[in-house]
Design a protein around this ligand. Structure first.
Ligand code: ADP
Ligand code: MG
Length: 321
């Protein structure tokens, strides 16, 4: 899968740079985890130990939730079909499963058999055939996943992939760690998904830019963020390239095909980073009308939609800065 990580990193500096006039330079720790560039910044005083603890906590959770770490909880379920996982993994899976129904099937942690077909085709000339996708589809469906206490079971061939929720769950865990460690003003950046812990030291909200999916060096909006996460899903950062055509890395669980609809990107704002991560992925799958209708039913969730037409639509509670 192709990534635009260098540009993404540049954009993050831009975001952080946008805040520097109003408050002191933060102490920042940059690290690579979760297959992306990460950073944690403290704005209310230096604390090297706390930053190191954030890096360690991210690595610990990645070792539980990565599909490619051979003895992670997720990899063990995928290999053994029934196994005991940690309480944290069971809780995250239960939450992921419950979002499937609430998003009308758009969020589905079992899309991996489809994803594998697109990854195999990536860089070649031919996309997966309809027959291959239909065959893979027999192993896809959140209803195939059973979670009972810490016991998780899936049928043979079904594969869990927490790629659409893990970054959010890690951001929530880091937020708890930072607050417990006494931090009152911090930013967490996990591959462009930004969580604000508290406010800037001067009491104002952090100001975070949302990239233009057509030209990520530009911003479509700047929004105020405090004690909340901003999570963006789109096809511009990660994609498959087959026969000269770019395909989104987000798959429609109903068809097994990369999302191709009226949206270029969806940004979700939520007090919960986990919910923001899920909902940006799900809304991108659902398309503008269904996604907007869903967001309007959810308390405390705001969204910024960028349509293929270039139009930018924000829900009423988004505070532009
Ligand atoms: P990013 O990882 O770029 O932040 P997302 O949060 O939207 O993007 O998650 C994309 C990842 O989620 C994919 O790489 C894949 O592992 C997984 N995924 C793809 N489609 C879906 C889907 N419909 N539901 C749940 N997870 C998905
Ligand atoms: Mg997501």
């Amino acid at each position: 899968m192709r990534k635009r990580s260098a540009a993404l990193l540049a954009a993050c500096f831009l975001l952080f740079g946008g805040c520097t006039t109003a408050h002191p330079t933060p102490q920042t720790k940059h690290f690579t985890a979760l297959d992306t560039a990460c950073a944690v910044s403290l704005y209310d005083g230096e604390n090297e130990e706390l930053l190191t603890a954030c890096v360690a906590e991210t690595a610990r959770l990645e070792r539980l939730w990565s599909r490619t770490v051979y003895d992670s909880d997720v990899a063990r379920v995928n290999a053994a079909k029934e196994t005991t996982v940690s309480e944290e993994t069971a809780a995250l899976l239960t939450r992921a499963v419950s979002w499937n129904a609430k998003t009308d099937g758009a969020f589905d942690v079992t899309v991996a058999p489809y994803k594998d077909l697109w990854m195999q085709a990536d860089g070649g000339d031919t996309p997966p055939s309809t027959a291959e996708l239909e065959k893979a589809g027999e192993r896809v469906g959140t209803d195939l996943v059973t979670v009972k206490d810490t016991r998780v079971a899936v049928p043979f061939g079904t594969q869990l992939d927490l790629g659409g929720i893990a970054k959010g769950a890690v951001a929530d865990a880091l937020t708890r760690l930072l607050k417990d460690g006494g931090a009152t003003s911090a930013l967490i950046d996990l591959g462009g998904n930004i969580t604000a812990v508290g406010r800037k030291p001067d009491g104002a909200a952090f100001v975070i830019g949302i990239e233009d999916p057509r030209d990520p060096s530009r911003l479509i909006a700047k929004v105020a963020l405090s004690d909340a996460t901003l999570s963006t899903s789109g096809s511009y950062e990660r994609y498959f390239e087959i026969g000269g055509k770019r395909y989104s890395h987000i798959l429609d669980p109903k068809t097994g095909r990369p999302v191709e609809n009226d949206l270029l990107s969806v940004t979700i704002l939520s007090a919960s980073a986990t919910d923001a991560d899920v909902l940006s992925t799900a809304c991108f799958v659902m398309g503008y009308d269904r996604a907007k209708a869903l967001v309007e039913t959810l308390e405390g969730i705001e969204a910024v939609f960028v349509l293929q037409s270039g139009e930018v639509v924000m829900t009423d509670g988004v505070q532009e800065a």
